[in-house]
Design a protein around this ligand. Sequence first.
Ligand SMILES: Nc1nc2c(c(=O)[nH]1)N[C@@H](CN(C=O)c1ccc(C(=O)N[C@@H](CCC(=O)O)C(=O)O)cc1)CN2
Length: 294
Amino acid sequence: MQLLDGKKVSEEIKNEIAAEVTKIKERGEKVPHLAAVLVGSNGASLTYVGSKVKTCEKIGFDSTLVSLPEETTEEELLAKIYELNNNDDIDGFIVQLPLPKHIDEQKVLNAIDPDKDVDGFHPENFGRMALELESFIPATPFGILQLLERNKIETKGKNVVVIGRSNIVGKPMSLLMSRKAYPGNATVTLTHSATQNIEEFTREADIVITALGVPEFLKAEMIKEGAVIVDVGITRVVDETNTKGYVIKGDVAFNEVAEKASWITPVPGGVGPMTIAMLMKNTLIARERRAKKK
Ligand SMILES: Nc1nc2c(c(=O)[nH]1)N[C@@H](CN(C=O)c1ccc(C(=O)N[C@@H](CCC(=O)O)C(=O)O)cc1)CN2
């Protein structure tokens, strides 16, 4: 078994981006500027947004954190989004998900200027991605593509089973793996909560990508020998013995599955760090596209 090491690959990508920023600075141009909108104080969201801001600092991007209280109304959030759309200094921004229940998530995502939508969640970017046109690719699926590509994993003609149909991971992942370009060109099955006898699909898969959020759902008996396993699940499980008060569990029963798999992502240190790195990549791309339009 070989490790699909997201920590290592994400560091490589961040170093490449930092080198680009150095060149931008040497030309006397404005560095990429990412803004992140956080509504409320969900613990995991605070960690992820904090990590995005810290990464910006590390690689030389400008960043703006817009922190809004839990009681923020939909109208107030939409007003903030229009402000960011019209702020010429900002190249791209994200609205950290999930949003509080009283806010219509899709309405908010629809309000983001597609040219600044570095999460790739706007319907225009999603549609363009499905049509294999230039678009922003959502950071987690984009990160998985990079992990496969940089480890030279063959995908053409392979059976790929995606578990979970979320708009952030499962749906875009299934579309990307069926695109003609590498890494893709695979035969894709998108499974979800209504799929019966899911193990009949996973046992036939050359590549399993699981984004379910159910700790240790995928067991060794559910995969075939030599399969590539990509675990997107990140669930915080209470653990008083740990200094953080929780441990992170993936969707995969790592120890037993690793014995049968050819490649496997660890959790933590697999897909998670790639998500942050690819958001930075999308922000760099957004800056370049905006600079060309001016
Ligand atoms: N607007 C968005 N919201 C959300 C996204 C997204 O891409 N855009 N994805 C997830 C959360 N997420 C980024 O926002 C994210 C999740 C996990 C990690 C990560 O590095 N995980 C570490 C573990 C860290 C921990 O939980 O302590 C790892 O797997 O090694 C980064 C980003 C939902 N919302």
